[in-house]
Design a protein around this ligand. Sequence first.
Ligand code: CA
Length: 224
Amino acid sequence: MSCVLIVEDDPGLLRALSINLRVRGYEVQAVGDGTSALVRAGRVLPEVVVLDLGLPDMDGVEVIRGLRGWCNAPIIVLSARDAQADKVGALDAGADDYVTKPFGMDELLARIRAALRRAAPAPDEPVVVTASFTVDLAAGRVTARGGEVRLTPTEWHLLEVLARNVGKLVDRRRLLREVWGPAYETETNYLRVYLAQLRRKLEPDPSRPRHLLTEPGLGYRLEP
Ligand code: CA
């Protein structure tokens, strides 16, 4: 689960951001000023920081400088100010991206996903080995008990997304979007059907899955 640190002094916006990120499976740390942001970041080591530039105790750019001394997490800056100088200042200080208020939640979520993708190290080994089966992402095949397991293209695509995020929760919307497309984000029954098929093909005991796990209400996770 990726940890997002949100730094925003508008309590309504802070709450809206927190709720939207939590339902999508992010762990959220929320603070309302720059001092708390620096303290909290040192404690939780966030994977991405969403930072309002106009804070009550210090300029957001100072927070960026404070973080950049030791923290490589992508920083996405939020600001009502549309001035070119502010953007340049924030980016020069080490911010990675910039969203001008008011913004759509979907846009910010897309920026967060993109930031996390860029920050994620490429997997060294494109083969994911579990105790029961092996997923070769480069070759596009899965083997179990010494033989290749035949999967439909949809089953493979679903397994591939989970394997690329092995050990991590992949939220339902993201799975639906990546496997079926953006128009299918709410078709959670597809996931139940296809996960059941994958479990029948791959799990030693499909009724008690050890690898293809459901996180109720959130999504799915491949456990090695
Ligand atoms: Ca503000």
